[in-house]
Design a protein around this ligand. Structure first.
Ligand code: OGA
Ligand code: FE2
Length: 567
């Protein structure tokens, strides 16, 4: 059955909102909003069912009451009762037809309409994979923004303001337990431990739940054991056995953990003995080496993932006051381009190297609304180029939904493309189409370059327009918390600000890739992030942006008014 047929069917069956058959629903709030409306329609259908069921029960009750008093009277004096001819007739009628009618009423299924609505819609509900994806998104947020499980569970998130309090959502013991189980199924024992401990804490605080403390303890002891923590594993197992002394696995584990612990204590004692014999010198040297190594891990050597997470939290920014003072803002008209004479645009330096500029009030509310409306039905899980095969695939490091809009779709797309061309002075006909992306909670794009590297199969060969020379990125929403664009090599962070756009060159004028442009989209913590971007290509820029003479010539003659002292 094609999608349209399904929609017609649903509309016939009285449900207004047609859920589209998309996968990876959790990656975009845009599509999840449809689910909310679908759910609302289902509640209406469920209430209709309850009303029908209640009215049926009401009729049955009335019948029962009527018959109750009737049979009471009749049985007190059966002969006298039947001596009345109408009573005799009525008894025949009741037994012959009315009890039959009642049987039909009792057997009547009032749920068919509701059940058929539910069955149809359930085909388009999120899957196990979606639930796991949403869980993983929560765990990612927990790590990136260093949130503790209690803050998440009580809905106490940064960015959730008092005015938003009705949306503040709390997690039940079951929710925590489910999250822990998903982490467990992925052998992620740290998160298993954290969420099972949270479930246990809430149980200890007296929260009523179907989930039993013993089950939670079972997961807890195993997950801490997997992390090499024998003492707590033993402690949790003992507590489990207090609740359920016959628990077979726990009894087995108890002996095993005790044995392992005694073995470990023995070897530690031997170790200490030996160290004392050797004057403890070796140990001391080793400890000192470890301490030095720890101190030496400076910012520069942090794994990229850690740098990315820090920047997302607003830590480790490489902006100094001196540096900041050299950045400025200005009105810009692209050297008197006729389009800007009426109203020059506001341009602000966000960063010096790479030079990143932000344009304010560059896309209107109406344009944003139109672009979102055009993109929404087409949103699909965003793909990335597999550097080994050059093919497009989905990846856990890019979690969002995106759609491409062409000039044929609507005049607004043409208008936007033209604006980018007017401002940057770059040829836009060789650029990729306008890409619209929507990041749901936890949606992110881990550090990457927008340009193709020399050592990769040429990802843009098919396009025949060369490499991605520059990136233009519109912010089409504010984001309550998280969701910044961060530049991991240089330690810059750019906040989404609705109606603005940022622009930077990915290539030096020589055509060499600028590795300082490595960037990422931080996970959205609270809110919904909409962006759209234009990847501008090399072809057509030959006369618009001069080639550099030197391979690493950094000057970007066409970057709108670069502050000269910074280049
Ligand atoms: C991209 C990108 C950043 C952002 O789509 O290539 O880097 O903040 N986006 O969405
Ligand atoms: Fe990018």
């Amino acid at each position: 059955m094609d999608q349209r047929a399904v929609c017609v069917l649903l509309c016939i069956s009285g449900l207004l909102h047609c859920a589209a058959a998309h996968t990876d629903v959790f990656t975009s709030i845009g599509q999840m909003t449809d689910l909310l409306f679908t759910e609302k329609d289902l509640v209406t259908s469920l209430k209709d069912y309850i009303i029908a069921e209640e009215s049926k029960l009401q009729q049955i009750k009335q019948w029962a009451e009527k018959l109750d008093s009737l049979t009471l009277t009749a049985t007190q004096d059966p002969e006298g009762f039947l001596g009345h001819p109408v009573n005799a007739f009525k008894l025949m009628k009741r037994l012959n037809t009315e009890w039959g009618d009642l049987e039909n009423l009792v057997l009547k299924d009032m749920s068919t309409r509701f059940i058929s609505n539910l069955t149809i819609l359930r085909q388009y509900f999120p899957t196990e994979d979606d639930q796991a994806g949403a869980a993983r998104a929560l765990l990612r947020l927990q790590d990136t923004y260093k949130l503790d499980t209690n803050a998440i569970s009580t809905g106490n998130l940064p960015g959730v303001e008092l005015s938003n309090l009705p949306y503040q959502s709390t997690m039940t013991v079951e929710d925590c337990f489910e999250l822990g189980k998903i982490a467990y199924s992925e052998s992620d024992y740290l998160h298993t431990e954290q969420w099972m401990a949270q479930a246990l804490r809430q149980l200890d605080q007296g929260e009523q739940s179907e989930v039993e403390a013993a089950t939670v303890l079972d997961y807890l002891s195993y997950s801490v054991y997997q992390q090499g923590e024998l003492e707590p594993a033993l402690r949790y197992t003992k507590r489990l056995l207090q609740l359920d002394p016959g628990h077979q696995r726990a009894n087995g584990n108890l002996k095993y953990f005790e044995f392992q612990l005694s073995k470990r204590r023995e070897s530690e004692a031997e170790e200490r003995e030996r160290a004392r014999d050797e004057g403890g010198v070796q140990e001391e040297v080793e400890n000192r080496r470890k301490r030095q190594a720890e101190n030496e891990v400076s910012e520069e050597y942090l794994p990229e993932k850690r740098k990315y997470e820090k920047l997302c939290r607003g830590e480790g920014l490489k902006m100094t006051t001196r540096r900041q003072s050299r950045l400025s803002c200005r009105y810009y008209d692209n050297n008197g381009h006729p389009r800007f004479l009426i109203g020059p645009v506001k341009q602000e330096d966000e960063w010096d190297r790479p030079h990143i500029v932000r344009f304010h009030d560059i896309i209107s509310e109406q344009e944003i609304a139109k672009v979102k409306q055009l993109a929404k039905p087409r949103l699909r899980r965003a793909t990335v180029h597999n550097p080994e095969t050059g093919e497009l695939t989905t990846a856990h490091y890019r979690v969002s939904k995106s759609a491409w809009l062409t000039e044929q779709d609507h005049p607004v797309v043409d208008r936007i493309n033209q604006r980018i061309e007017d401002i940057t002075g770059l040829e836009i006909s060789t650029a990729e189409e306008l890409q619209v992306a929507n990041y749901g909670v936890g949606g992110q794009y881990e550090p990457h370059y927008d340009f193709g590297r020399k050592d990769e199969p040429d990802a843009f060969e098919e396009l025949g327009t060369g490499n991605r020379i520059a990136t233009w990125l519109f912010y089409m929403s504010d984001v309550a918390a998280g969701g910044a664009t961060v530049f991991t090599e240089v330690g810059a962070a750019v906040r989404p600000l609705k109606g603005t756009a940022v622009f930077w060159y990915n290539l030096f004028p020589s055509g060499e890739g600028d590795y300082s442009t490595r960037h990422a989209a931080c996970p959205v913590l609270v809110g919904n992030k909409w962006v759209s971007n234009k990847w501008i290509h090399e072809r057509g820029q030959e006369f618009r942006r001069r080639c550099g003479l030197h391979e690493l010539d950094r000057s970007h003659p066409l970057l709108p008014h670069p502050p000269p002292h910074l280049l």
